[in-house]
Design a protein around this ligand. Structure first.
Ligand code: ATP
Ligand code: MN
Ligand code: MN
Length: 378
């Protein structure tokens, strides 16, 4: 080190799982711009370009300093020509022509709007767009459009579930779920996962994710259906607590591993819920409750229920972020000849499954330094 360089002489890994990324983002203007482009390529179904922009954005998020000029980024991985050109434009003029053009593009705007509805993915959004639909009222008035139950709930509770969930609301929901879990069985294990496990301080999420299991092997599915039954029976004032519930039974089969099951979606029993959360006086604000005098809001909740011996893998997989997970798997495959997913870790060289009871075990098997949940906001 010659002491004259303004850029810290640290090597930044191309893998998000070898970087520590908190929610403090020193390059938000740049990462927001790159993520607009990533999303637009996702809509255009060009996954390679989408991933390139996501990787570039993720690297910038991990930096403990703000990029001031392109020279600052020398030696950083994952920054391609296209990303650098966009960054250069923003650093020099405050705007990127391509990003502005994307943001004002009718198709981008419409797909962004449609996919913001719970239950509407890029495929459905694209179909509606091709059918000439441009707004929610177009969709709701269009003849011959069949909305499934999930999408109907998505429209019905759109205002509430597109509003951020505060930490206080997540805590209140945790108590509600915990109560239901205890009523079903006293030996259950309940943990917060997803974004709320990664955030520190006053952070907000789009839903609340929980992982729930029991020490009694084979009882985890019954536990989840029991919790759902319990929540359905619970009535707050005149209304049920569960505004929406989709239950997916387990399709997990250890015998078939590792052939088919190394993929993004996992096979554990899970449910996607919309829960009615009471009380307008929770610290941090029940946003929906103010102004309209309802005193409650709808919140999206996900529950996943793996068998106890899969707990560490499921917890690691559900904690995210998505980019962190992608790179964990890519690192395992490319650098260690191992296959990692939400169920298991397989060593292709030794031809054996590697057991783990904690996330630390999995990092150790992979020869990675442990990264705390709040450092996984890649
Ligand atoms: P936010 O705070 O916006 O909710 P998040 O990281 O919690 O951010 P989620 O969409 O709730 O985002 O996803 C949480 C984690 O759960 C992610 O790591 C994702 O990979 C995993 N996940 C979500 N849905 C599924 C699913 N159907 N099957 C398997 N894993 C899933
Ligand atoms: Mn979440
Ligand atoms: Mn979720």
């Amino acid at each position: 080190p010659d002491g004259t360089s303004s850029t810290p002489l640290l090597t930044v890994s191309q893998y998000a799982c070898k970087r520590r990324t908190t929610t403090v983002n020193n390059n938000k203007i740049l990462t927001d711009a790159l993520e607009v482009l990533a999303e637009s390529y996702e809509f255009k179904e060009i996954p390679g370009r989408c991933l390139a922009f996501r990787r570039a954005s993720s690297v910038l998020k991990s930096l403990p300093w703000a990029v001031r000029c392109l020279r600052d980024t020398e030696g950083l991985p994952c920054l391609g020509e296209h990303s650098k050109a966009v960054m250069e434009e923003i650093l020099q003029s405050g705007h990127s022509f391509e990003v502005e053009k994307t943001l004002s593009d009718e198709k981008y705007q419409t797909l962004k709007l449609f996919t913001s509805v719970f239950g509407v993915g890029p495929k459905t959004a694209e179909k509606w767009y091709r059918g000439g639909l441009r707004s929610f009222s177009d969709v709701l008035a269009a003849p011959g459009i069949h909305l499934n139950r999930m999408q109907q709930s998505g429209f019905l509770h759109y205002g509430d579930i597109s509003r951020a969930v505060s930490k206080a609301e997540a805590r209140a929901l945790g108590n509600l779920i915990d109560e239901a879990v205890r009523a079903v069985t006293p030996d259950a294990v309940l943990a917060l996962t997803g974004g709320f496990r990664r955030y520190r301080g006053k952070e907000f999420g789009h839903d609340v994710d929980f992982i729930v299991t029991t020490r009694e092997p084979g009882k985890e599915e019954k536990l989840l259906t029991g919790i759902i039954e319990r929540l359905k029976q619970q009535v707050s004032t005149l209304f049920g607590l569960l505004l929406y519930c989709e239950y997916n039974a387990s399709t997990f089969d250890m015998v078939k591993l590792p052939s088919h099951q190394f993929e993004a979606m996992d096979h554990f029993a899970k449910c996607f819920l919309i829960v009615r959360l009471e009380g307008g006086r929770v610290e941090g604000g029940l946003h929906g409750a103010e102004g309209d005098g309802r005193g409650w809001r709808a919140v999206r909740v996900d529950l996943v229920s793996p068998p106890m011996d899969r707990y560490a893998f499921a917890l690691l997989g559900w904690t995210g972020s998505r980019q962190f997970e992608r790179d964990l798997r890519r690192f395992a495959r490319a650098e260690r000849r191992m296959l990692l997913d939400n169920h298991t870790l397989y060593d292709k060289t030794k031809k054996e499954f590697l057991a783990a009871t904690t996330e630390k075990d999995i990092f150790a098997h992979l020869g990675l330094e442990y990264i705390e949940p709040w450092q996984r906001n890649a």
